[in-house]
Design a protein around this ligand. Structure first.
Ligand code: ASP
Length: 522
């Protein structure tokens, strides 16, 4: 009998359990310290040979893992991740419950909650030609709950965004989010910060939080100092502004640039030419023309050849650089020219092992800009979403110079990952209409898309604000996993497909007819 049993068979075994003799215990196995003296075995179910070994943590292709997800989930690593996600959710629920937040479910079939991404549509059978929309987030509904007199709202909603799958995203993902009335930014930040402190202490006691309260950096300072709105602060590397001293440095690219930054990397002269070429590639992939650098104390390299000795001296002074260091530069227009150097900053720190892995660095980025130019269309769009409140000092700017106006919007960043963001909201109908106007949303359009919100604001809407965090990303970081698919039981692949279920899939004609939907074959 024992010979015929194969991996993944389901057995009922009776017998006495005993400790293994000394030396025979298997430490690599959770039940390795005991054994069963089998009296009887009954086969409850057989198993085909699985497409991969379930009890081994071998690297296997993701496609096959997702196709047989129910087998993949049997692995210890995945069971651990499921449990960890469960624990995180329990802590979050308990935390907000204790703070008197009400958990309220909002609908999934809604009328568009545009926040900037493409929406998933659901055709209506009863009203042919009409569609429901799956929510990008419960944004407008949670605001409407504030108008309804709910003081503190909390939910762990599923959100849907029909975007091309760039990077580590999923078409459906989970948030945990709050909304509070009669509050200011500090109230929202404090309550969410407390949740992350509790999560970290309970789930990752091995990590020391770098600083509490979490530091706050304005968006502008973060861009100027780190070239990123999600800086990793586990290491020091900062940019120095050298725009002025570069004015007559002799190097044309620097002299004519609106802003020039220099980032000194202590000990960075040890980077090889190949390392520098890789960093140059990285900078170029993020939009830079190239990557200028100088090895301090060495007479070589393009910057040295093209600039004056006085500039190099002033540069060392401005950056605190010494022999054996390397300085990298960014030159061009704020803020886009700084982003490539921000990427170089991350990569260099990893390469030179500058990251202290024993700490977790939380930081709030505050005072985000209100609007930005879309890179694709050039149109003015909301950086956060159209319901975000302008900074009280910048209310005049929203009309005279909108791109300079700041918002009362904030993101929480952990070790260089954006884990969530929120804002104080507009609660006045006129201000909301004005913002729609700046965003190029016509009155008619505003009425059609947001009429419910504008109407609600006529009935005594309280000041309110909130925030939403990405649960999948939080679980990924807490589980030390490289992507969010590892912490989602049944994720889509990177092309938005569910390989196991075979979704999306064609539908029978009768079903489409009922919906009044016609598929045009390409
Ligand atoms: N609804 C926003 C989002 O999903 C978050 C918020 O402003 O609370 O990104």
């Amino acid at each position: 009998m024992a010979e015929t049993v194969r991996p993944e068979w389901v057995l009922k075994v009776s017998g006495a359990v005993r400790k293994r003799v000394d030396g025979a215990a298997r430490e690599d196995n959770v039940t390795g310290a005991i054994e069963v003296v089998v009296a009887d075995v009954e086969v409850l179910n057989e198993s085909k040979t699985p497409p991969f070994e379930v009890d081994q943590e071998k690297e296997i292709g993701e496609e096959i893992r997702l196709e047989y997800r129910y087998l993949d989930l049997r692995k210890q690593r995945m069971q651990k991740n499921l449990k960890l996600r469960h624990d995180i959710v329990q802590i979050i629920r308990g935390y907000f419950h204790d703070k008197d937040f009400l958990e309220i479910e909002t609908p999934i079939l809604v009328k568009g909650t545009p926040e900037g991404s493409r929406e998933y549509l659901v055709p209506s059978r009863l009203y042919n030609g009409n569609f429901y929309v799956l929510p990008q987030s419960p944004q407008q509904l949670k605001q409407l709950l504030m108008v309804s007199g709910v003081d503190k709202y909390f939910q762990i909603p599923r959100c849907f965004r029909d975007e091309d799958q760039r990077g580590d995203r999923q078409p459906e993902f989970t948030q945990f989010e709050i909304e509070m009335s009669f509050v200011e930014q500090d109230d929202v930040i404090e309550v969410m910060e407390g949740c992350f402190v509790e999560l970290t202490q309970s789930i990752r006691p091995d990590k020391k939080i770098q600083a509490t309260p979490f530091p706050r950096i304005t968006h502008e300072d973060a861009m100027h100092t780190y070239g990123s709105d999600k800086p990793d602060l586990r290491f020091e590397l900062k940019f120095a502004d050298v725009t002025d001293i570069a004015k007559d440095c002799g190097f044309k690219v620097f002299a004519s640039a609106e802003t020039v930054k220099a980032m000194n990397v202590p000990g960075g002269a040890s980077l090889s030419r190949k390392d520098i070429d890789d960093l140059t590639d990285l900078a170029q992939r993020h939009g830079a023309g190239g990557l200028a650098w100088v090895r301090v104390g060495e007479d070589a390299g393009p910057v040295v050849k093209n600039s004056t000795p006085e500039f190099l001296k002033a540069l060392s002074k401005a950056t605190g650089a010494a022999d054996g260091d390397i300085i990298f530069f960014a030159a061009g227009e704020y803020p886009h020219a700084l982003e490539p150097l921000g990427e170089v900053r991350r990569a260099v720190a990893a390469k030179l092992d500058m990251i202290d892995k024993s700490i977790w660095s939380y930081v709030w980025i505050v005072d985000f800009p209100m609007f930005e130019h879309s890179k694709e269309t050039g149109a003015v769009g909301a950086v956060h979403h159209p319901f975000t409140r302008p900074h009280p000092e910048d209310e005049a700017l929203i009309e005279s110079d909108p791109l300079k106006a700041r918002a009362v919007a904030y993101d929480l960043v952990l070790d260089g990952n954006e884990v969530g963001g929120g804002s104080m909201r507009i609660h006045e109908r006129d201000l909301q209409k004005k913002i729609f106007d700046i965003l190029g949303i016509t009155e008619e359009d505003a009425d059609r898309r947001f009429g419910h919100l504008l109407r609600a604001f006529e009935f005594g809407a309280p000041p309110h604000g909130g925030i939403a965090m990405g649960l999948d990303r939080v679980c990924m970081i807490f589980a030390d996993e490289p992507n969010i698919r590892e912490v989602i039981a049944f994720p889509k692949d990177q092309k938005a497909k569910d390989i196991m279920l075979g979704a999306p899939s064609p539908m029978p004609k009768e079903q489409l007819d009922e919906l009044g939907v016609q598929v045009i074959e390409e």
